[in-house]
Write a protein that binds this ligand. Structure first.
Ligand code: VG1
Ligand code: CO
Length: 543
């Protein structure tokens, strides 16, 4: 057993996007591709002697190989200890939880999250810092620059480690502790929510369907919902993580979680439905024949937060990504707390959470979380809803209707144009940027533009600046259209068009979303020239 120094050459394009480095599995399977990136992370971290690293992934194809590679590289880099989830499994929120609980230097998450898996699917890697959250851009940029000049990596040639048996073994001088992926996380959830009330709810015959989408949250949901909370067996469907997610797209939205949507549309549907994504950090909340938008979910949780034990003291602030609807802003205003608007991606919430400026955070992309960890957290959001349902005795629909009646409704939808030619997408954005100065004051029929800009963010804690974070066209009545290019895709470009309209009058709170947004959708087409640039008459996915 010895440490090998292996010569290597840079690969182009190892720049992390919205959430880590994501590429096709075949790209990651190239010799040295993963090694180069991991060595660049370690080089950026500097001396790791005596430190602990957390390691796990969502179990997708290539997860096990990557775990072995990283363990052997960590041993060659002087780490004292790696905590690795049994079978190489740890959800993204669990990694964050374990890093914080065990005082680790950081963690590596192997996941392409909501992107499909399998040999022809995607793979990904992300580094999380000691606070438990995604590395900020200063770190990811330093890693990227390192990948451009890398010439060697270090790796132990020790035999593969058994990662399926809980317990400790060694590579070189480093301890490898294989841990139960669920235990630390479940213990944290128990401290935040009223498990007795939720148990009583299930005991009273309340029925739920949780769709694990054959991704990582299945084991967590089974252990907590069916195990600790006494939900009937079968509450969790698609609960076994599969390397290819059963051929499905592990993105919890009404389009991809079609099985759950069908269950919730039946006449004897369960009382409550939920789904999570590949790496367990997203959540979709579903009522009977009704899906709660993620933006509304954040607002409802914020408005009722003090009903959950972990949030009884109240919220310090709310943070949402810029394209997320402004429903949460109205709650923050009513509570007399600040509401922060950040660029897309959880990494921008970290400083606000660390500084105690925000307690709850959310994104329109089915992401919700709080200061309990530094990642968004799918099952946490589900448990939060269960806690609210248990202590209010109300249904999801009732809670949302009452919320709209009190605060007004922010009609909201996202239109995605996936896998369009990168050049065309870039030109669409560039041509919009040119138009920006001329838009303010324009009457676009039904709507007059208040202002239009390219969203720029200065972090109120560390002063770092992020530019070109999405083009927003904001109307005089507060309605908005936002154009953004995805930073998580692996094929061409994905154009995201976000649409929002505020409606105060309860008489108009039950329109069909796409109809309520029809005038804005038309304006987005007129101003953005979407069909012209993309060649697409309609979006690939509407959520
Ligand atoms: C998408 C979402 C963003 C989310 C990111 C990671 O990014 O829009 O809100 O934070 O995915 O989510 P983009 O750049 O494709 O729009 V996940 O569940 O991959 O960790
Ligand atoms: Co995810």
């Amino acid at each position: 057993m010895s440490i090998q120094i292996v010569a290597t050459k840079p690969f182009p394009g190892q720049r992390p996007g919205t959430s880590g480095l994501r590429k096709k599995v075949s790209v990651f399977q190239q010799p040295s591709y993963l090694e180069n990136f991991v060595q660049s992370v370690f080089d950026t971290l500097g001396d790791c002697a005596g430190k602990t690293l957390v390691l796990g992934g969502d179990g997708r194809y290539h997860n096990r190989e990557a775990v072995q590679t990283i363990l052997h590289m960590a041993a060659a880099h002087g780490f004292a200890r790696v905590l690795v989830g049994q079978g190489g499994i740890l959800s993204t929120p669990a990694v964050s939880c374990v890093i914080r609980k065990h005082g680790a230097l950081g963690g590596i998450v192997l996941s392409a999250s909501h992107n499909p898996g399998g040999p022809d699917g995607d793979f990904g890697i992300k580094y999380n810092i000691a606070a438990g959250g995604p590395a900020p851009e200063s770190v990811t940029e330093a890693v990227f620059h390192r990948t451009e000049s890398i010439s060697l990596y270090r790796i132990s040639d020790a035999a593969a480690i058994d990662i399926d048996r809980i317990g400790t073994s060694r590579i070189e001088q480093m301890d490898v502790e294989v841990i139960d992926p669920v235990a630390d996380y479940a213990e944290l959830m128990q401290r935040l929510f009223d498990f007795d009330a939720i148990k009583a709810l299930f005991g009273s015959g309340f029925r739920m369907c949780f769709d694990g989408m054959h991704a990582v949250s299945g084991p967590y949901a089974k252990a907590i919902l069916e195990g600790m909370l006494g939900a009937p067996a079968g509450t969790v469907i698609n609960g076994v993580p599969l390397e290819d997610f059963g051929g499905h797209h592990p993105d919890p939205n009404p389009v991809n979680a079609s099985q759950l949507i069908a269950v919730m549309a039946e006449d004897d549907a369960p009382d409550f439905g939920a789904a999570s994504d590949g790496d367990g950090d997203r959540n979709m909340i579903v009522a009977r024949k009704f899906e709660v938008t993620p933006s509304d979910s954040l607002a409802v949780l914020a408005a009722n937060a003090t009903l959950a034990p972990g949030y009884r003291a109240g919220l310090k602030g709310i943070a949402r990504s810029m394209p997320t609807s402004r429903a949460a802003d109205r709650v923050a205003e009513a509570l007399g707390i600040p509401c922060y608007e950040t660029p897309t991606g959880w990494k921008f919430f970290g400083t606000l959470l660390d500084a105690g400026k925000a307690t709850l955070c959310g994104e329109e992309s089915y992401g919700t979380g709080s200061d309990h960890i530094r990642e968004k957290d799918g099952l946490w959001a589900v448990l939060f809803w269960l806690n609210l349902l248990a202590v209010t005795g109300k249904s999801v629909q009732q809670l949302v209707d009452e919320h709209w009646a009190r605060f007004g409704r922010n009609y909201y939808s996202r239109h995605d144009y996936e896998a369009v030619a990168s050049e065309a997408a870039n030109e669409l954005m560039a041509s919009l940027r040119i138009k920006l100065p001329t838009l303010a004051g324009q009457d676009l029929g039904h709507y007059v533009v208040d202002f239009a800009d390219d969203f720029e963010y200065t972090d109120p804690v560390d002063g770092s600046v992020a530019t070109q974070q999405g083009i927003r066209i904001v109307m005089t009545n507060g309605s908005r259209i936002v154009f953004r290019l995805s930073g998580t895709g692996t094929e061409g470009a994905t154009l995201r068009v976000y649409l929002e309209r505020y409606e105060a009058d309860p008489t108009y709170h039950h329109l069909l979303t796409q109809q309520a947004l029809a005038a804005l959708i038309l304006i987005a087409e007129q101003v953005g020239g979407i069909t012209g640039w993309t060649g697409r008459a309609r979006p690939t996915v509407i959520t």
